[in-house]
Design a protein around this ligand. Structure first.
Ligand SMILES: NC(=O)C1=CN([C@@H]2O[C@H](COP(=O)(O)OP(=O)(O)OC[C@H]3O[C@@H](n4cnc5c(N)ncnc54)[C@H](OP(=O)(O)O)[C@@H]3O)[C@@H](O)[C@H]2O)C=CC1
Ligand SMILES: N[C@@H](CC=O)C(=O)O
Length: 379
């Protein structure tokens, strides 16, 4: 019988998506075993602590331990409480980055290591660029590293075989892989238009059905569609990050400053002025009437509102558009995303990718598929 191929990994971020990924890894054990693959989780970290297998070259955090990790995080406790459990070591905030880099330097060029970023932090980019240099693979659901400076972007994508980030755009939908296939075949992409926010798609269709924005945003948060701070979605920043990732994939050397972004809330309700809790309990109530009125006006023309991302030539913009109810974007409901790609081969009729565009399950499934996709890079 052929030996099992091991894919060692460290998970950064153990929130909704990260925990779901751990659960998917455990529940797919027998499927992966049939394929001759074992995902060996050697470390998990959150914003404050890191837990690592005692010997990263031969040991792992076993499935019972991973369940405990999820339980501790759901309870709102610290990973540090796992110190006494099993063969592991725990590290505090100050040591976290250096320890991950240390593990990467031991494993990157020997066993190989996948560093999986399911955080929502811009701070992981430093670790990611270092581990790429050390021979590791990186798999991202987090959009922030790829929307940092062009210099960081180039470092992250410097070994294209070693980076996967399908879930950064459209959650589990095959957006990045489809675009890469088109680009690699020399088919120039002229235009991308789509609805790329599960939260804003859900918000728009629920408000259309008469529900208040404030109630709908709270529901979107509890369904796992929103960013940790839903203002990241309502400001258009989350869609702008996706637009920037797509534009850079198309070869455009642009930054966030080059993207026109429409926000659904005023600056006085921004993160520097009020907490997420205050925004969700009081601030957002002041926005209910305005959006309801915009939806009503659009419906008088037989139209609906959709938050649209458009990339064409040097134009890259994200914002609300009034669209016919029966157009591809107008028909969209709930958290579904849709992306229309126009290229030489897809000039009259675009290539259309559509489906669930947010949620922990589909996002984590996308991350897991990315990890399996790099299996050939592991001995
Ligand atoms: N939900 C969805 O539908 C989709 C989400 N994504 C992306 O997935 C990512 C995760 O989202 P989600 O799980 O909902 O977010 P959560 O807020 O639930 O979880 C984020 C996790 O990251 C941890 N974290 C924060 N900073 C760091 C850091 N510097 N290093 C390591 N870990 C850190 C947090 O730690 P702590 O627990 O200590 O706070 C937390 O465990 C986001 O980037 C999001 O944009 C992408 C596509 C779809
Ligand atoms: N908050 C995002 C999650 C996926 O990227 C969204 O609503 O689309």
């Amino acid at each position: 019988m052929a030996a099992m191929k091991n894919i060692p990994l460290i998970l950064m971020g153990c929130g909704g998506v990260g925990r779901q990924l751990l659960q998917h890894i455990v529940s797919c054990r027998s499927l992966h075993a049939k394929l001759g693959i074992h995902l060996r989780v050697v470390g998990v970290c959150d914003s404050k602590s890191l837990v690592v297998a005692s010997d990263v070259l031969s040991k792992e955090l076993n499935d019972n331990f991973l369940s405990e990790v999820c339980r501790v995080k759901v309870d709102g406790s610290s990973l540090l409480t796992l110190g006494g459990l099993g063969e592991c070591q725990v590290f505090k905030n100050s040591e976290l980055k250096e320890k991950v880099i240390g593990v990467a330097s031991v494993m990157g060029k020997s066993t190989g290591l996948a560093v999986v970023d399911c955080s929502a932090s811009s701070e992981t980019v430093g670790v990611l660029t270092r581990v790429v240099d050390l021979g590791c693979c990186i798999v991202l659901a987090n959009k922030k590293p790829l929307t940092s400076t062009m210099e960081d972007y180039y470092k992250l994508v410097s070994h294209p075989r070693r980076i996967r980030h399908e879930s950064t755009v459209g959650a589990g939908l095959p957006v990045i892989s489809s675009l890469n296939r088109i680009l690699l075949s020399g088919d120039p992409i002229h235009r991308i238009i789509g609805s790329l926010s599960g939260t804003l798609g859900y918000v728009m269709s629920e408000v259309e059905d008469g529900k208040p924005l404030s109630q709908v945003v709270r529901a979107a948060k509890s369904l796992g569609y929103t960013e940790p701070d839903p203002r990241d979605d309502l400001s258009g920043m989350d869609v702008a990050r996706k637009a920037l990732i797509l534009a850079r994939l198309l070869g455009k050397q642009i930054n966030m400053d080059n993207i026109r972004i429409e926000s659904l809330y005023p600056e006085e309700m921004g993160p520097n002025v009020m907490s997420v809790e205050d925004f969700l309990s009081t601030g957002i109530l002041l926005l209910d009437n305005d959006i309801q009125e915009r939806v009503r006006k659009a419906s008088l023309n037989g139209n609906v509102l959709r938050y649209v991302c458009m990339i064409e030539g040097s134009r890259c913009e994200v914002g609300i558009q009034e669209l016919p109810k029966n157009s591809a974007l107008g028909r969209l409901r709930g958290s579904d995303n849709v992306l229309e790609i126009f290229s030489r081969c897809y000039s009259e009729q675009p290539l259309v990718i559509q489906g669930a565009g947010a949620g922990n399950d589909t996002t984590a499934a996308g991350v897991l598929a990315d990890i399996l996709d790099i299996q050939d890079l592991f001995p």
